[in-house]
Design a binder for this molecule. Structure first.
Ligand code: SF4
Length: 84
């Protein structure tokens, strides 16, 4: 029983640590672009033929498989077919 509870504790702790790490990356000004650039990128994606789930909040690129909301925000990302 204690082993089972310890496993749950590890899962929760790991999930929380991962959440904090991703939050830190997304808030790091050296790794993210401005809101203006993000909107510019998303506008291009919205007109692209490779976008999937276009009318949902989970828009994805069929070329690279990325979630576009996160991809468009990161400085080191680029469109796989060089649209942005
Ligand atoms: S990242 Fe590029 S290929 Fe993917 S949906 Fe956006 S514009 Fe299209």
């Amino acid at each position: 029983m204690e082993f089972y509870l310890f496993g749950i504790f590890l899962l929760l702790f790991g999930g929380y640590s991962l959440f904090l790490y991703i939050k830190q990356i997304l808030n790091d000004k050296n790794r993210v672009v401005s809101a203006k650039i993000k909107m510019y990128r998303l506008k291009i994606c919205a007109d692209c033929e490779h976008i999937r789930l276009k009318n949902t909040m989970y828009k994805r690129c069929h070329k690279c498989g990325c979630f576009l909301s996160a991809k468009s925000k990161l400085l080191n990302q680029k469109c796989p077919i060089d649209k942005w």
